[in-house]
Design a binder for this molecule. Structure first.
Ligand code: 5GP
Ligand code: ZN
Length: 139
């Protein structure tokens, strides 16, 4: 529990939410400013600020819940698909620094989210970046 954190306050019941699901690891509720009707947030009950500083077990529990949650959100919204999104860090658009995943119902042509502009890699650069990631993983 982080006393300054809005999602910790929602998890503890100090701030209300429109709950759709809960278990001992996570709480799922509707986003107050949805990108699309039915936009749902899946929030860990324990406070972690982002994926790389989270307990893998908590992430596994969230992953375990996603098949049911995503299917329910898509169906209830009458959507044809959905995005699952997790912003990590303000640079990536994370406004609430408490681990959460967005489930955003989508319909073809709805324009809700724009895809990124694909870039290209010079081959040497590609290998250099992969090498750096491999080196970090080996630490
Ligand atoms: P982020 O940008 O951090 O990935 O997304 C945070 C999300 O939380 C936003 O989509 C925002 O609308 C939602 N949000 C922020 N405060 C509240 C709140 O008090 N209640 C609910 N239900 N959603 C919130
Ligand atoms: Zn929190």
């Amino acid at each position: 529990m982080n006393a300054e954190c809005i999602f910790c306050k929602i998890v503890s019941g100090q701030i209300p939410c429109t709950k759709v699901f809960e278990n001992e690891h996570l709480l799922a509720f509707l986003d107050i400013h949805p990108a699309a009707q039915g936009h749902t947030l899946v929030v860990s009950k324990r406070h972690y600020d982002r994926i790389d500083r989270s307990d893998p077990q908590t992430l596994a529990e969230i992953a375990k819940a996603l098949p049911k949650l995503t299917a329910a959100v898509q169906k209830a919204a009458g959507a044809d698909g959905y995005n699952v999104l997790c912003n990590n860090g303000p640079a990536a658009g994370q406004a609430v620094e408490h681990l959460h995943f967005h489930i955003i119902p989508r319909r073809a042509g709805d324009g809700v989210m724009k895809a990124w502009k694909p870039q290209t890699y010079p081959q040497a650069h590609l290998e250099q970046i992969a090498g750096k990631i491999n080196a970090e993983l080996a630490l």
